[in-house]
Write a protein that binds this ligand. Structure first.
Ligand SMILES: O[C@H]1[C@H](O)[C@@H](O)[C@H](O)[C@@H](O)[C@H]1O
Length: 578
């Protein structure tokens, strides 16, 4: 395939001056009637109309046609997804091993048993580090590239792990965890971004879940290794040391792999972008690939600003001032907040401590059940996420979380368990009781409900934002995730102590209930929709009903012919269909 760069120069010159694409020309001043189905009041209708006219996105007919030529992801997509998902694995492994390490460390740091406060600090240091870099990662990835930034995160992982392996004091451990957190923060944002940018829309949902599978798989492996190393002297150091292997592999392999087409286009390297696109959209004609690059270049030109800093400032403005972007931001941050504030990671980080309290001898081994359930139900999510739809999954799964949290709260109450002081645990029952079993069953059901829904859906965040605000939007929402993780990891044991385990799980149940209401009101059905449609849906309101109709319609198109003959649903025919 030969790439005519002159053609691109022409495109760039022309498109630098053109007005934003009008996606839906049928929406104009005379169409207030049709917008009734979308906006909830006249203000939001006219605001919606303006926004529709301004909406720009890359996922138009070209992408859809290219996707139809590819019924399976190409080998390059598979390799890139697997290699970038190593970041997910590291995210999982490094947040997972701490549960058993905290139990195994004993008096190895400063020759004394760790207090609850110290345990919380060691755990929270990683979330704090991740929070710092998540805020910058979008900007850094736009400036230097997705691939180099992932490679920088590998170096952070390595430095952090080495410091922890060698730690003999509490503070060395905290610093090691903090630096490792830098790597996790970058990886948690850039890896799903990388995957969503290289995958055709047809596979995007599932390929992003692969990153989540690696997170939960990493946690499971960490728990497994933790259980195996429990009785080995200083085994926790080996556990952390094993974490040096995956980032080394990722670092080395990335030398031979390309960056994403969107990044190359941002840097004006159109030839490279074409090369990657021709390998990721196998079987597409040269013309389609040229057209795709043309669209992406036009989109890139649409971000105002002469350099990356100005573009970033403008993106920040645009994300707050354009209503559809702001709604996307509310949804993305809301979902990430829900993922953390409903308490799942308190189990991830402290399940060994909880099970030890409830009376289990090999508490680390029992915790594997938690990590295993999380992993298995993420696999289930992989198969159902595009079929059932993100919204429906959440509306089914969150009530499951609420029921199980209430069960755990009741069981903890009747078990008469109390956390007192830093080291004293008072259990009124001897050994494992019926209530202890109920707690485990409740937790398993909770984790299954979490993993199938809110554990995955927020990481589909890239699909909510158009290209010009995607970096900044995902940075904000990933930061929300890490703030939640930080709050939960640094307060959970203190909550157990002060408001009792029963009160803590009751609180998580209330927060889950509020989350359910949020999802019900604010989260439209986005599965199967092209990104352009997401923007239309978020124009003038959250438009839940319209989104469901559009998603349903979209699922009906199975082939190129089907698409060419019947597409494209417009505001009018959605209303008609309704
Ligand atoms: O999606 C992941 C996954 O659910 C993990 O199990 C959890 O520990 C993370 O916090 C979350 O972001």
């Amino acid at each position: 395939m030969s790439f005519d760069l002159n053609k691109f120069d022409e495109i760039r010159t022309i498109t630098a001056d053109v007005q934003p694409i009008i996606i839906n020309t049928s929406v104009d001043n005379s169409n207030d009637e049709n917008l009734n189905g979308f906006g909830s009041n006249s203000n939001s209708r006219s605001e919606g109309r303006d926004t529709i006219l301004r909406t720009i996105d890359e996922e138009d007919n070209t992408s859809i046609l290219m996707t139809f030529h590819n019924t399976n992801p190409s080998p390059l997509i598979i390799i890139l997804t697997i290699i970038s998902s190593i970041s997910g694995f590291m995210f999982g492994y490094d947040t997972g091993y701490i549960s058993s390490a905290l139990v195994a460390i004993g008096k190895d740091l400063d020759n004394k048993i760790l207090t609850y406060g110290e345990k919380e600090m060691i755990t929270a240091a990683t979330s704090l580090g991740a929070l710092c870099t998540a805020l910058l990662a979008g900007l850094l990835a736009d400036s230097f590239g997705r691939k180099p930034i992932i490679m920088v995160s590998n170096v952070m992982f390595l430095i952090g792990a080495c410091l922890q392996c060698a730690a003999h004091t509490f503070w060395t451990m905290v610093i090691g965890r903090f630096i490792m957190g830098f790597g996790i923060g970058i990886g948690s944002l850039v890896s799903p971004l990388f995957i969503s940018e290289i995958s055709p829309s047809r596979f995007r949902g599932r390929l992003t879940v692969i990153n989540c599978l690696c997170i939960t798989g990493g946690q499971l492996v960490a728990y497994g290794c933790g259980a195996g190393l429990t009785h080995i002297e200083q085994g926790w150091r080996i556990l952390i040391g094993l974490g040096l292997i995956p980032p080394t592999i990722q670092f080395v392999v990335f030398f031979w792999l390309p960056d994403t087409p969107r990044f190359y286009i941002m840097k004006g390297q159109l030839d490279k972008a074409c090369k990657v696109l021709s390998k990721t959209y196998r079987g597409s004609t040269d013309d389609l690939i040229h057209e795709k690059v043309e669209e992406l270049s036009r989109l890139n030109n649409s971000i105002p600003g002469s350099n990356i800093w100005m573009k970033t400032i403008n993106s920040i403005k645009e994300i707050h001032t354009i209503p559809s972007n702001f709604r996307a931001l509310i949804i993305a941050c809301g979902l990430q907040g829900i993922q953390q504030f409903t308490g799942f990671n308190s189990l991830m980080y402290f399940s060994s401590t909880i099970f030890e309290t409830v009376g289990f001898q090999n508490s680390t081994a029992v915790s594997i059940i938690i990590a295993g359930t999380n992993f298995i139900f993420t696999i289930v999510a992989f198969f159902v996420i595009d079929k059932l739809g993100r919204r429906l999954i959440l509306l089914i799964a969150i009530p499951g979380m609420i029921i199980s949290l209430i069960l755990c709260s009741i069981a903890f109450h009747f078990m008469g368990i109390k956390f007192q002081g830093d080291e004293t645990i008072v259990v009124n029952n001897d050994g494992i009781s019926g209530w202890g079993i109920l707690i485990i069953l409740g937790m398993i059901f909770y984790v299954a409900s979490y993993a199938i829904g809110i554990g995955n859906v927020p990481w589909q965040q890239s699909e909510l934002f158009p290209q010009n605000v995607r970096g900044i939007g995902t940075s904000f929402s990933t930061t929300t995730n890490w703030i939640g993780s930080l709050v939960i990891s640094s307060t959970f044991l203190t909550m157990l102590e002060n408001i009792t385990p029963s009160g803590t799980f009751g609180l998580f149940a209330i927060l889950s209930f509020i989350s359910l209401i949020f999802v019900w009101i604010c989260y439209p059905e986005l599965s199967g929709l092209e990104l352009e449609e997401t923007q239309q849906i978020l124009t003038g309101g959250f438009n839940i009903k319209a989104s469901q109709i559009l998603a349903k319609r979209r699922k009906q198109f199975q082939s190129v012919d089907d698409f060419e003959n019947n597409f494209k649903p417009t505001v009018e025919n959605i209303i008609e269909y309704d």
